[in-house]
Design a protein around this ligand. Structure first.
Ligand SMILES: Cc1cc2nc3c(=O)[nH]c(=O)nc-3n(C[C@H](O)[C@H](O)[C@H](O)COP(=O)(O)OP(=O)(O)OC[C@H]3O[C@@H](n4cnc5c(N)ncnc54)[C@H](O)[C@@H]3O)c2cc1C
Length: 493
């Protein structure tokens, strides 16, 4: 069984936390191997961008995107580039703001107040990939109708209409579902909704957390995935007494090898962060005013806390779209290589889409910003220009922590490919380290910490080509640079 599959299985089986919740790195939900046979039939429906006869003000609502998040922002840009936005595109948002680069919320957004934290409008899409900063004005200037704070509550596929929570009825020609995910929460009965218990999915969540951090002393972070790691690093920046708890034996168990995780754990400890591993939560305790006071563990111990941040995964936001081809194996809304669902004229992109991961021949759902961006672009280009090439995504994950001014070490890792087979680790964490995954003599995945831009650029080429490598030679490399040279030379074989 591959490691990603194993990790998935352990996620499903584990719990580690009481009440069936697991502490895992959400994006890897996506990568479990689901045979193609599970796919639903996709009719060869004509691309439909029928002019809608709307029951609402805008008669030309040809295209509607539901969800104003990362994927929607990039999709909107493609509509503009194709000259098909002005007067034709409507985006229905649950949030009060225009689409933004969500990963910033647990990175620069959480910098301490004196370290120049990021704030909107600074990180609206598409700045994350070097594109234009699409503020609310950008949407206006490009003739895109934005409905804010009015989530879609239902869809009528026959009539091609959407209803929103304020009671609007919107007729669409083509519908793109881009509703992303919602954070998994602890049940109310164990204290999951107490004041001082935070989940981070949107800017309102992050603002609420910042309020708490401003008066916090003792922080408990629940979860050893990337959200937990990023939030813990942020709390250390605020100089707070921070403890990270998780059920596994090491950080980021779905991706990091124990050895690599150990290096990061040491760095976190040098920054004053404590770990409690292999533990499960019994409940979260509160004072009489309902504010969190402690986290009680199943082993009987109790960790005092005035702020608890929970990062235990996310689930696709599909409640309004139960009638559209939902995938029961990886969750989300199943689409084909052009992001079309089985319902003509309905498409899905980003975290919510369960799509064919062409290079590994399986259905996947990926909770990662790179996929959100690429899927938004691919879907719109296929829809509008008749592009026929199938989406061909290369899994890519990254994180950045301890980036604030004055931090003793900034951390930036990137991973490409599939973490299957035998891991080979080269280098010391200081100054950099690399892990290759070799399966059946081929390089399948690679994770690099603190690489140069040129080194990071090489990773997708390696993971995409999966070259045969001389394992013994790679193992004998005395530095990351030498190991990368060996891997690069295998590309030319
Ligand atoms: C805190 C955080 C940190 C992250 N860090 C990283 C990282 O370092 N690297 C990385 O690659 N990825 C990261 N991710 C993941 C990445 O942000 C997501 O993969 C990406 O945002 C997915 O884009 P999306 O458009 O599919 O969903 P989202 O960006 O989540 O957007 C979905 C939008 O739809 C809205 N919505 C939901 N339901 C409805 C409805 N019924 N009607 C209308 N609107 C609705 C939501 O409110 C939201 O605004 C992070 C995610 C979070 C939450």
């Amino acid at each position: 069984m591959s490691s990603v599959r194993r990790l998935m299985t352990s996620m499903t089986n584990s719990l580690s936390l009481k009440h069936g919740l697991s502490l895992w790195c959400p994006q890897f939900a996506a990568l479990n191997r689901i045979p193609r046979s599970s796919s639903i039939g996709f009719g060869n429906f004509p691309r439909s961008y029928v002019v809608a006869s709307s029951a609402f003000a805008n008669e030309n609502r040809e295209f509607v995107i539901v969800g104003g998040g990362n994927a929607a922002g990039y999709a909107a840009r493609s509509f503009v580039e194709q000259g098909m936005a002005d007067g034709k595109l409507c985006i229905v948002c649950k949030e009060a703001v225009a689409p933004y680069e969500r990963p910033a919320l647990t990175k620069a957004y959480l910098f301490p107040p004196d370290k120049k934290p990021a704030r909107l409008p600074g990180f609206h899409t598409c700045v994350g990939s070097g594109g234009e900063r699409q503020t609310a004005d950008w949407y206006k200037e490009n003739g895109i109708e934005m409905l804010y704070e009015d989530p879609v509550t239902g869809v009528d596929i026959e009539k091609q209409t959407l209803t929103t929570s304020s009671g609007k009825l919107l007729k669409y020609g083509s519908l793109i579902i881009a509703t992303g995910c919602t954070a998994v929460r602890f049940p109310e009965k164990i204290g999951g909704n107490l004041s001082g218990v935070h989940y981070i999915r949107d800017v309102a969540d992050a603002d609420s957390l910042i309020q708490s951090l401003g008066r916090a002393q003792k922080v408990v972070v629940v979860g050893g995935g990337y959200i937990g790691m990023e939030v813990a690093a942020a709390a250390a920046g605020w100089k707070l007494d921070t403890t990270v708890i998780f059920p596994g034996s090491h950080l980021m168990p779905r991706l990091f090898t124990p050895s690599l995780a150990h290096r990061y754990e040491e760095l976190y400890q040098q920054n004053g962060i404590k770990f409690m591993k292999g533990v499960a939560i019994e409940n979260i305790e509160a004072s009489s005013d309902g504010r969190v006071t402690a986290v009680k563990l199943q082993n009987g111990s109790r960790i005092e806390a005035d702020t608890v941040i929970v990062g235990i995964g996310a689930k696709p936001a599909v409640s309004a779209f139960e009638s559209v081809g939902l995938n029961n194996t990886v969750g989300g809304i199943q689409v084909d290589g052009h992001f079309r669902t089985n319902v003509p004229g309905v498409l899905a992109i980003g975290d919510v889409a369960a799509f064919p991961l062409k290079m590994y021949d399986r259905i996947a759902r990926v909770e990662h910003v790179g996929h959100a961006r690429q899927s938004g672009r691919h879907c719109v280009n296929a829809l509008l220009s008749g592009k026929t090439d199938l989406y061909d995504y290369l899994p890519h994950f990254y994180s950045r922590v301890f980036e604030y001014e004055g931090s003793t070490r900034k951390v930036w890792w990137q991973f490409y490919g599939d973490n299957v087979g035998e891991p080979i680790e080269i280098g010391k964490f200081d100054p950099k380290i690399i892990t290759f995954w070799i399966d059946s003599g081929k390089l399948k995945g690679v994770l690099l910490e603190s690489g140069s831009p040129e080194e990071f650029e090489l990773l997708p080429k390696l993971a995409r080509s999966q070259p045969p490598v001389d394992k013994a030679k790679l193992q004998s490399a005395s530095s990351v640079e030498e190991a990368l040279q060996i891997a690069q030379s295998s590309l030319q074989v």
